[in-house]
Design a protein around this ligand. Structure first.
Ligand SMILES: Cc1ncc(COP(=O)(O)O)c(C=O)c1O
Length: 368
């Protein structure tokens, strides 16, 4: 079986020096020295240390939820997000007590664009916008910064799978996931990033029961802190990053080269290797997935069903194109996108096997 995803976390020998530091410090959570060091290094990694605050958290979903709360999103507020995403994006909105409002995505980038968001704003009041870096493909940071300053509507970008690829812009807030399957996986973890230090401190407080000076709760916070052990994995992972990136780039280039022989198969337009490798097929993705499974190739259909097809979100407001309530691009992509095996252990022969099986499944057996 060729697996779809194989997490690549540091082996025990690379973790040991960091674990020994925990032993020496005897400090296990609550903003310990490893968490602080991880946050400092992340801010250098993301923005060259250039004025961004990083708050490590328990998960990517908590980065979204607490980021929204810090922006003042709660009951009675509306948050616009694309219907084509992982459910955590909408769950975070709902858990703040706010109303998720769904829009379509672009057929070219498979993501909500500032232009789609502007059209939605013309039809409905929106109190915040959450664009999603679909399948880990980075968002156009400057365009979203312009959107935030032109409209005055706060933007919290769900860049869950895009850490290491996503450029940051100051007017936008950013949420990342450090889940084991993400490029910078630590197991479970998340990251909130902002150029607004006061907002980042609000998120930090919300993640620690909203304690003010360890005495009184200032609001309804939660416990979403990162422990020193997760930070230890993160620090070891940052040191491995050049190797991890190089390997993903090689596998990505191999796919790009081989998939060029299948013009009916579209890759997401990209400059960097993504977190996952999702392709758009000319055929029903379910049938192709079943055919690949017969050849012992595991695939995934991420973001399926789209949000408005989940029972929890079946009644949400949908702002489709041209004043409609339909989301045609999302519906079409949901049936035609397929995640192919993509991880650091794939060799070029594996990629050749996957692309050959894909060619056969879509009726183009001579290629790959
Ligand atoms: C787009 C998106 N948003 C949010 C999340 C949630 O991240 P986490 O699993 O770290 O809570 C994910 C996780 O896969 C995701 O893909």
């Amino acid at each position: 079986m060729i697996p779809c995803l194989v997490p690549d976390l540091p082996p025990a020998a690379e973790l040991l020096p960091w674990l020994q530091r925990i032993d020496e410090n005897r400090w296990y959570t609550n903003g310990g020295p490893l968490v602080r060091e991880f946050e400092q290094r992340l801010s250098a990694f993301i923005a060259g240390g250039d004025g961004v605050s990083c708050v490590t958290l328990a998960s990517g979903m908590s980065a979204l939820e607490l980021g929204l709360l810090a922006l003042g999103i709660g009951a009675g507020k509306r948050v616009l997000l694309p219907a084509l995403t992982f459910p955590a994006t909408a769950l975070a909105v709902a858990r703040c007590g706010a109303e998720p409002v769904l829009c379509d995505v672009s057929a070219e980038t498979w993501a909500m664009t500032p232009s789609i968001a502007r059209q939605a704003l013309a039809r409905s009041r929106v109190d915040a916008v959450v664009p999603v870096a679909s399948f880990g493909c980075p968002l156009p940071a400057e365009e979203w910064a312009d959107f935030a300053s032109d409209t005055g509507v706060p933007v919290l970008a769900d860049a869950a799978a895009a850490l290491g690829a996503q450029k940051i812009s100051g007017q936008v807030q950013w949420a990342f996931s450090l889940h084991a399957t993400k490029p910078m996986g630590v197991g479970e973890g998340g990251l909130f990033v902002s150029a607004d230090g006061a907002l980042a401190e609000k998120v930090r407080r919300l993640a620690n029961f909203s304690f003010e000076h360890f005495v009184a709760c200032s609001s309804h916070g939660t416990n979403a802190k990162m422990s020193e052990y997760a930070a230890a994995v993160g620090l070891a992972q940052l040191e491995r990053w050049p190797r991890l990136l190089q390997r993903r780039r090689e596998v990505f280039d191999e796919y790009r080269r081989r998939l060029a022989a299948l013009p009916q198969v579209t890759m997401q337009p990209l400059v960097a290797p993504p977190a996952t490798l999702c392709v758009r097929l000319p055929a029903d993705a379910a049938a192709v997935a079943a055919a690949l499974a017969q050849s012992e190739i595991e695939t995934r259909r991420w973001y399926l069903p789209p949000l408005h097809r989940h029972p929890a979100f079946g009644r949400v407001r949908c702002l489709g194109p041209a004043g409609s309530e339909r989301l045609p691009v999302t519906e079409q992509l949901a049936t035609s996108l397929l995640g192919l095996p993509f991880h650091s252990r794939l060799g070029s022969e594996d990629v050749a096997t996957v692309v050959a099986a894909l060619a056969t499944a879509i009726g183009n057996p001579g290629t790959g």
